[in-house]
Structures are given as structure tokens and as C-alpha cells.
Design a protein around this ligand. Structure first.
Ligand SMILES: [Zn+2]
Length: 102
């Protein structure tokens, strides 16, 4: 087991875990209900954490994390090439017709 990521909240921790799972990387979320004790212990200790089951997955997990963070940093809008609908930049699929926006 290898600690991989300390999330700001449990939703982020689970979103990252889903991403890793999708990439075939086994991971676990710990501390998801510890936010109430931030202040009594350092936030780094109490924040939700994602741990890798196998440390050998670390390079691949870092790539998944980098891609996820890049996607979340996207701003603005994208036009669907299929139906010309305007979508938020964070969408991968057109909300109207379902075509890929990437
Ligand atoms: Zn479309």
C-alpha cells in the first residue's frame, strides 16, 4: 500500500479512485469521514486519502492524476463538431447529441 493523494474532500477522493479503477489500478479511500477533526490534527492527516494497493502502479497513477487535473483546469466552452451545440469545456461528450468533444 502506498499513500498517493490527499484530497480536499471525499467526493474528489472517490472521483480519483473511480478514475484509477477505470485505468485498471486498484486503490482505496481512507479518512473520508475525518474532516470533522481538522484543527485537532493537521489537515494533511485528516483529509480523505487515496492509497494505491500496489506501489508499482505509481507512475501510471500519476499519469491518471495529471490528466484528471488538466481536465478540471479547462475553462470556457467547446463547440460540438457534430451538432454545433456549445458545451462547457469540462464536458467530454456533447450534452445534446452525445458526440465526443475531444
Ligand atoms: Zn453535439
Amino acid at each position: 500500500m502506498k499513500r498517493f493523494f490527499a484530497a480536499w474532500n471525499r467526493v474528489d477522493a472517490w472521483l480519483l479512485r473511480d478514475r484509477l479503477q477505470h485505468a485498471g489500478i486498484d486503490s482505496h479511500v481512507f479518512n473520508e469521514h475525518m474532516a470533522a477533526i481538522v484543527g485537532d490534527v493537521p489537515p494533511d492527516v485528516a483529509s480523505p486519502q487515496v492509497w494505491l494497493a500496489d506501489e508499482a502502479d505509481l507512475p501510471r497513477a500519476r499519469a491518471v492524476l495529471a490528466e484528471w487535473q488538466a481536465e478540471r483546469a479547462r475553462t470556457g466552452q467547446r463547440e460540438c463538431r457534430h451538432c454545433t451545440e456549445i458545451n462547457p469545456a469540462t464536458f467530454d461528450l456533447c450534452w445534446k447529441c452525445g458526440a465526443s468533444l475531444t
